[in-house]
Write a protein that binds this ligand. Structure first.
Ligand code: GH3
Ligand code: MG
Ligand code: MG
Length: 413
């Protein structure tokens, strides 16, 4: 949980910030003076410090100086104060605070500032899950970077001393930090190779050579950013953070673009794209490929009897059940309202039929808690026989409709 230490003497602001924290789901700790603040910092993990200027026994400035010289120096500090002048602001920012909010700002402004820091922290947590590769032939620089990452609490970093080691390892990373002058090749070659392979990772070039032509060329061939050596720890980290943030947000958007909101399955467009890919793969490797078209039986009745919202719950449950029944590499998409398309790579019609029967039986045994709605699906399943995508889908559809006309809760092949 995101945790805030508030250092303040006014009860009014104490109540205000405490209320904001409880609204946004952050943990609130309180201190009136320097010693209490340090005790709180010692006793629990704090993600953000908010301090006033006038404290019981000292000033916010004393507190910041004390923190800057302690193990807590990386915790962001925000000053909220009634004392406001350009000179004072400048002095506070020069001590490394991240924000300066005037007490004249409305509650909304204070609230959204705190919320923004909380989101930032959330991104940082996600960043800790990213895989990072450092490729640098200098042992010293690898060592420095290792220290920076360790101190920042970023765990998944691997180090390579040559471009060849990196390119021949079959590992993929989310972020690459690549020294431009390696012993065995130039960094640009490594970047080009990574992009050629289709990597959409963040690539940050690092170099002591800072000629504008070199830099612009490196960015043109596919680096996202460039950092000059010798680098400043904090600056290196924030450049990585900024790039990681864009990368995380972009991936979230990409994920949203292929996902069906209700069921979290792939949406129709993405399912079709995947089917095209799988048909291509089957052609190339001559593997069998099968598909299923699944449709919920009498779904209209479920909506009519129990309401649209219960209908939605049913769809989610069925989607979950289908996914659970299949293997990880099978592809499940929501094709229409209550219709699902399943792609089964490397699967013959016999195996696909057995899988379909498992799905059918699992759905049949699903129970919706209070109403005991009887659920079933009909399934058309067929193997790709060299036809194009359209014919494959109409064949699956035709089989689905004969399952319907033959009594529903059936699989036809
Ligand atoms: P059959 O056994 O022949 O498939 O009958 P059915 O009632 O399932 O088929 P029909 O195509 O007549 O009705 C499908 C219904 O699914 C109609 C539509 O309102 C409902 N539906 C489509 N999308 C959603 C959705 O997202 N949520 C809910 N609750 N209902 C949906
Ligand atoms: Mg139906
Ligand atoms: Mg239907």
């Amino acid at each position: 949980m995101y945790s805030i230490l508030h250092v303040e003497t006014s009860n009014f602001y104490r109540t205000l910030i405490e209320k904001i924290c409880s609204d946004i789901g952050a943990e609130y700790s309180f201190a009136k003076n320097l010693d209490d603040s340090l005790n709180v910092l010692k006793s629990r993990k704090i993600d953000l410090i908010i301090t006033a200027i006038e404290l019981e026994d000292s000033t916010g400035e004393d507190l910041i100086l004390k923190i800057n010289d302690s193990p807590y120096k990386n915790i962001p500090v925000v000053v909220i104060t009634g004392t406001d002048s350009d000179e004072y602001r400048t002095r506070m920012f020069s001590l490394g605070i991240v924000d300066y909010i005037s007490k004249k700002s409305g509650n909304e402004e204070i609230r959204s500032a705190i919320l923004a820091y909380m989101r930032e922290d959330n991104i940082f947590q996600k960043m800790a899950e990213l895989k990072i590769a450092v490729c640098d032939d200098s042992k010293m620089d690898r060592y420095i970077m290792e220290r920076i990452f360790t101190m920042a609490g970023i765990p998944n970093v691997e180090y390579y001393e040559s471009g060849d080691d990196l390119l021949t390892s079959d590992k993929e990373y989310d972020i690459y930090l690549i020294d431009m002058v390696l012993k065995d090749m130039i960094g640009n070659y490594v970047i080009m190779k990574l992009r050629e392979r289709g990597s959409e990772a963040v690539i940050i070039a690092i170099s002591g050579v800072a000629h504008y032509k070199t830099i612009s060329n490196t960015l043109n061939i596919g680096a996202n950013d460039y950092i000059a050596k010798p680098f400043n720890n904090e600056l290196l980290l924030s450049r990585i953070k900024t790039n990681a943030k864009n990368y995380i947000l972009l991936n979230e958007v990409k994920q949203l673009a292929i996902t069906d909101v209700l069921t979290s399955l792939y949406n129709r467009r993405h399912t079709m794209e995947r089917l095209e890919d799988e048909i291509e793969k089957s052609k190339r490797y001559e593997n069998p490929l099968s598909v299923m078209m699944i449709d919920v039986d009498h779904f209209k009745r479920i909506n009519d009897e129990f309401g649209h919202l219960s209908g939605d719950v049913v769809l989610k449950k069925i989607a979950e059940s289908i996914t659970k029944t299949l293997r990880d590499f099978d592809i499940v998409g929501r094709f229409g309202g209550e219709e699902f398309l399943v792609i089964l790579p490397n699967t013959s019609i016999d195996d696909a039929y057995s899988a379909a029967e498992r799905i059918r039986k699992n759905v049949e045994s699903l129970k919706l808690s209070k109403n005991d709605i009887a659920l079933s699906v009909s399934i058309g399943v067929c193997q790709w026989s060299g036809d194009d995508l359209k014919n494959l889908l109409s064949e699956a559809d035709r089989l689905l409709y004969s399952a319907k006309s033959n009594g529903r809760n059936r699989t036809e092949r």
